[in-house]
Design a protein around this ligand. Structure first.
Ligand SMILES: [Zn+2]
Length: 250
């Protein structure tokens, strides 16, 4: 028992150290003073050309809440929740939209299943701790295990699953959160249609250094239709989008 408590204390200490490190790291990436069109890549230029900044793009919009390692939310925050197909909970404003999207996909013989949706900070803590332990068992030292775990299971308060606005959704043929998802019809359908329902692929390929999270071809986040279309068409992340809009408003 004593050993478990000691281990938990060490994990907690490393989390704190990691958090401070990560906040500095992330603010360097998305900090306004660091904006550089070369670094931002083609998405940034395209977005500028198309003049995406219009009256529709208002950062006060509650569906634009940004939650990541440098923008944590209160661990006690609980959104208004409603059940989605499969019994999981999502933000009450989004649950109906998710159900409609699943229903519309079904009409085209696409079977989508939500594997994870709203998660409390407490649940997030359990997942994080489990991931650290699994990494240690794989032979990583505790610091590496903690850093790597945070790329997959963010620390409590830094996962956007706590907002109720996102979900892990897969094709019925592959009920796992792995890269086989890329080859499923469900994923292809989602990439093509998610924005019509206000969703974006939140952690795209090759954007880990901006989002801090690995590529996840199963994690979709609600931001509203107009913004989702802009983000998906321009291959942006939510961090990049918010950065562009806040710069333009200055
Ligand atoms: Zn997710």
């Amino acid at each position: 028992m004593k050993r478990i408590i000691k281990c938990k204390n060490v994990i907690f200490f490393l989390c704190s150290v990691f958090c401070v490190f990560n906040i500095n790291y992330a603010s360097n990436i998305i900090g306004a003073d660091k904006i550089n069109t070369e670094k931002k890549g083609p998405g940034f230029e395209i977005a500028k050309e198309k003049k995406i900044i219009s009256s529709n793009h208002n950062l006060e919009n509650p569906f634009l809440i940004l939650v990541n390692s440098s923008n944590p939310i209160d661990v006690n925050f609980v959104p208004p929740l409603k059940e989605v197909r499969g019994g999981l909970m999502m933000h009450e404003s989004v649950a109906r939209i998710v159900n409609k999207m699943i229903k519309d996909a079904k009409k085209e013989d696409i079977n989508l299943v939500v594997l994870s949706a709203y998660r409390s900070a407490e649940r997030q803590a359990q997942l994080f701790e489990g991931k650290v332990k699994a990494n240690v068992e794989k032979g990583m030292d505790l610091l590496t295990a903690t850093v790597e775990a945070a790329k997959i299971n963010p620390l409590p308060g830094t996962s956007e699953h706590q907002t109720g606005l996102c979900m892990d959704i897969v094709d019925k043929s592959n009920l796992k959160l792995d890269y086989e998802n890329e080859n499923t019809l469900g994923y292809k359908w989602l990439l093509e249609h998610c924005a019509e329902y206000g969703f974006i692929l939140r952690y795209p390929k090759d954007k880990t250094e901006i989002t801090g999270i690995i590529y996840e071809p199963w994690h979709f986040r609600y931001v509203g239709v107009d913004i989702a279309k802009t983000i998906m068409e321009n291959k942006l992340t939510l961090e990049e989008y918010i950065d562009i809009v806040s710069k333009a408003k200055k």
